[in-house]
Design a protein around this ligand. Sequence first.
Ligand code: NIG
Ligand code: FE
Length: 419
Amino acid sequence: MRRLFKNIKGLVGCYEAPPEWLAGQSMAEFPVLENAWLAVEEGRIAAFGSMTDFPGITDWSGLEIEDCEGRYVLPAWCDSHTHLVYASDRGGEFLERLQGKSYQEIAQSGGGILNSARSLRALPESTLLADAQHRLQRAMDQGTGAMEIKSGYGLTLEGELKMLRVIQALKEENTIPIKSTLLACHAIPEGDWDAPRWTAEVIQHLLPQVASEGLADYVDAFCEEGYFGVDELNKLLEATQQMGLRAKVHVNQFTALGGVAASVHWNALSVDHLEQLTAEDITALQGGLKNDQGPVFPVALPGCSHFLSIPYTPVRKLIDANLPVVLASDHNPGSAPSGNMTLVVQLAMVKMGMLPIEAIAAATINGAAAMELSHEVGVIAPGWRANVLVTTPMTGLEEIGYRFGDNPVEKVFINGILR
Ligand code: NIG
Ligand code: FE
């Protein structure tokens, strides 16, 4: 399969030798080559350049031409935070919120994550997989070209393993790179558990099995009042490090407990949510920039802020602090029932004041880095996967945010193949 994208108005994120991520002001320097061409062979980016010195076509065999007149071509979205595997929607809880209850009140009365855990227990693994597969296909249609997926609705040893096996099957059955995360410490299971005892159980009985069977790439926990505190987080992340794994941590969604500094201490790959952010958190993240293994990526989830009507992550502060901001969907049945990364990018512009190019960099190159996939997705570079989006005709990239409610993604190519 060979494909030539020609007359591209702007080829976004193109490099001969790409960096792994962009931090602070350099996010606004994500390159855009105007009036460009892009060649794809065998599912990979082969070459790109300016139409003004287009070398011409010598070999027409099997070549498909995509005329992109007036359109931008972008790397496909890299969604580094999802809870894609779940048993059923929670529209009823949404209605309860519209009638006046808060997300936290619903959770405290046994709804929320515990509600999802109860329905997951009842569902056969095959149905769970089929439903997740359907959601994944939809996200790909909407432009996602790489994804991280968490467990966390099992909340028993067997339930968590069941979820991880479903994610494993999704990895095997799909053509985009997928990373899996063990989120057993997502809520305190029903019954005779408390946070310290469930964390100890996970450390003793689940983590070693998951690590030895290679069932998860990362470990996560929900560090929040009423869920898991900094003590539990420290213990879990120490054990995670001993198993040779890195963490991606839910932190500062409603309260800043000190989980950011703990995550930096244990060299987590990312800290996600950050709707609440203190000066100490920013200082801790800046300390993490000196890390040998790369930064601790701050991940903003504007879909969750939108859907729960909670503050948006102050990304301008993070960018001013020279940090590599990431955008992800948080796709889950409770706080963000959408995997549409284009909407995430639109919200980032309108609600968080990100420049179009910063938002795109956060949802592509930096999203890839927050899944350790910088070597294959997130940019347009020779040898990288040809996972790209073609926009509708537009005058500038700001139209992605300007025409809210419209879908600015006209075509999606995964490994060079049109969806
Ligand atoms: O990232 N906050 C914790 N976990 C998810 C929501 C889980 C749910 O409500 O089902 C989140 O927002
Ligand atoms: Fe989440």
